[in-house]
Design a protein around this ligand. Structure first.
Ligand code: MF3
Ligand code: CO
Length: 248
């Protein structure tokens, strides 16, 4: 069931999303080579709680941290650890803030120091995929329009579009209907209505789209070929004549 948010709920969503956005800006100002991914997670926990909000990922289905910090070949759901971030890494930080019972979800892939041209291009194209999905997106658009736009742009650069994970609706729960795949066909899937809030989150691999989950921890998603991946996510409100990006 896709929930439609009323004005009051949209106000709450705006606030949680603003906190999520600011948290990532804060991380962007402090993340650097030599830091561990656990230290990044500490920044996230401190910032979100200092806003009177809660880092929704902490304890979600047993998830042990306040953020997902995914380095290079880790696509998403990297558990913060003693892994040291190195010069030349690309690091995706994915966070969710909850305040007044509503969640805001966003992710950025940060460039650490001297990053190769091919990794820079991957990160740039992944962000572009998100914005391609917003062109023509409004009430009446279909879920397949989003996936088709992301897939076309990523594949035109020879990249792999992750299929095993998708974007999602969001609101009182971190994950709500509908599922928002990054692949698909224009004109297919459910129609979106104004007042729907969804997370659009391209997960794009430099090589194969295939991924696997780390059997040991049950969370970490890694590219099957070990090549790098990038991730970019915002929470978006569908309106009558377009969209409002709540985490930008
Ligand atoms: N923020 C992630 C998403 O985009 C959720 C990760 S769930 C966690 O859907 F438990 F791994 F944090
Ligand atoms: Co997220």
């Amino acid at each position: 069931m896709i929930t439609i948010k009323n004005d009051k709920e949209i106000e709450y969503m705006r606030e949680s999303c603003r906190i999520a956005k600011e948290t990532l800006e804060f991380v962007g100002r402090h993340i650097h080579a030599g830091m561990t991914t656990k230290e990044v997670d500490e920044l996230v926990y401190k910032y979100i709680t200092s806003c009177g909000a809660y880092p929704s990922e902490l304890g979600y289905e047993g998830y042990p941290a306040s953020s997902c910090v995914s380095v290079n070949e880790v696509v998403v759901h990297g558990i913060p650890s003693d892994r040291v971030i190195l010069d030349g890494d690309i690091v995706s930080v994915d966070i969710v803030a909850e305040k007044n019972g509503y969640h805001g979800d966003a992710a950025r892939t940060f460039l650490i120091g001297n990053v190769s041209e091919e990794k820079r291009r991957l990160v740039k194209v992944t962000e572009e995929c998100f914005f391609k999905a917003l062109e023509d997106l409004r009430e009446g658009s279909r879920i397949g329009d989003i996936g088709a736009a992301v897939q076309a742009h990523a594949e035109s650069h020879g990249y792999g579009v992750v299929r095993a994970l998708t974007g999602h609706g969001i609101g009182k729960s971190m994950h709500e209907d509908p599922s928002v795949p990054n692949y698909g066909k224009r004109g297919t899937g459910v129609r979106l209505r104004a007042g729907t809030t969804i997370c659009i989150e391209p997960m794009i691999n430099m090589g194969t789209y295939r991924v696997y989950m780390d059997e040991q921890d049950g969370w970490t998603i890694v590219t099957a070929d070990g090549k790098p991946a990038a991730h970019y996510e915002n929470t978006v409100l569908i309106t009558k004549d377009g969209v409002e990006i709540l985490t930008l």
